[in-house]
Design a protein around this ligand. Structure first.
Ligand code: NAD
Ligand code: UDP
Length: 314
């Protein structure tokens, strides 16, 4: 295991996950350079970090080259919610692919260890369940989710080619659905949608019949795994699944949120978006054995903390 590096760059640092990561790295004594173009991220997410002299915030789009001197790079820049990444799909692919090329080029020049926030979406709508890292996935290359799925798959390819071709020190995590405080209220992802709808007394929008499944990881658990992954020796590149293997149907999620918020909102059913995966659940054996990690926060506990957050801002 290697100590956390001192000067770290976090791209997408003003987003949901990025802001928690910046906070965690500052807490560990790092100097944190947060880069974001504020496409889906917000200054508010990192406003509390600005007074810290070890924190710096730069508005920059990762599809353009960046010249800075750092010891480690965490590449998180990319919209993650389907409605946001499908709003400008060409930009989404550019962010994943050009962003990866630029950050890998930077890592190569300054000899920095580099982390990639990949995704369970690389498995597409999987025929293998739960998903293990050696499963190649079932992704539609021309569908409405492809800009994100294929962009992230291409980014993984680039990471592994930079590793093989130039010996770059890479770490790739495949992140499964993660939720928690600082998700944007209009983010469009299921946990934030359901909580905001329940708190406002609006109808809860279930897409399809709600029998599709997801496995939800609380943000603190995820950040712990990322930090552990980055502390591994160079020989461990991943990809490694990071997520909570406890699987729920979307309908169960809606009912749990209704119970926790004591809301009288009704469940309503809307058309299922195209290419929406039927089921998703990580096999986290590799993270368990190699990182000594497994999630600690139950869905109920994580949802309680997230409801508390949204109650305070909406
Ligand atoms: P988010 O939308 O809150 O954060 C993404 C951040 O990237 C935002 O701050 C946004 O402004 C920034 N960004 C987007 N395009 C950019 C660009 N071209 N240049 C600079 N900054 C840019 O989403 P998140 O949930 O925090 O996701 C962070 C990363 O983790 C993403 O790469 C996402 O694909 C990955 N991920 C997240 C989840 C999840 O469930 N939260 C699951 C799998 C993968
Ligand atoms: N979903 C839903 N209602 C919503 C938002 C999402 O039923 O208001 C469903 C969506 O169709 C998918 C699941 O919840 O089956 C998770 O969606 P999300 O956008 O959070 O992430 P995904 O895992 O699909 O990337």
């Amino acid at each position: 295991m290697k100590e956390l590096s001192q000067r770290v760059l976090v791209t997408g640092g003003a987003g949901f996950l990025g802001s928690h990561l910046c906070e965690r790295l500052l807490g560990a004594g790092c100097e944190v350079l947060c880069v974001d173009n504020f496409y889906t991220g917000r200054r508010d997410n990192v406003a509390h970090l600005l007074p810290n002299s070890r924190f710096e915030l730069i508005r920059h789009d990762v599809t353009f080259p960046l010249y800075v001197e750092v010891d480690a790079i965490y590449n998180l820049a990319c919209p993650a919610s389907p409605i946001h990444y499908q709003y400008n799909p060409v930009q989404t692919t550019k962010t994943s692919v050009h962003g990866a090329i630029n950050m890998l080029g930077l890592a190569k020049r300054v000899k920095a260890r580099i982390f990639q926030a990949s995704t369970s979406e690389v498995y597409g709508d999987p025929e293998v369940h739960p998903q293990r890292e050696d499963y190649w996935g079932r992704v539609n290359p021309i569908g409405s989710r492809s800009c994100y799925d294929e962009g992230k798959r291409c980014a993984e390819t680039l990471f592994f080619d930079y590793h093989r071709q130039y010996g770059l020190d890479i770490k790739v995590a495949r992140i499964f659905n993660t939720y928690g405080p600082r998700m944007h209220p209009n983010d469009g992802r299921v946990v934030s949608n359901f909580i905001v709808q329940a708190l406002r007394g609006h109808d809860i929008t279930i897409y399809g019949d709600g029998s599709q499944t997801r496995s939800f990881c609380y943000v603190d658990d995820l950040i712990e795994a990322i930090v552990r992954l980055m502390a591994q020796d160079k020989d461990f590149t991943g990809p490694v699944n990071i997520g909570n293997p406890t699987e729920f149907t979307i309908r169960q999620l809606a009912e749990t949120v209704l119970g926790l918020t004591c809301s009288s909102s009704r469940l309503i059913f809307r058309e299922l978006p195209s290419d929406d995966p039927r089921q998703r659940k990580p096999d986290i054996s590799l993270a368990r054995s190699r990182l000594g990690w497994q999630p600690k926060v139950s869905l109920e506990e994580g949802l309680k903390r997230t409801v508390e957050y949204f109650s305070g801002i909406i």
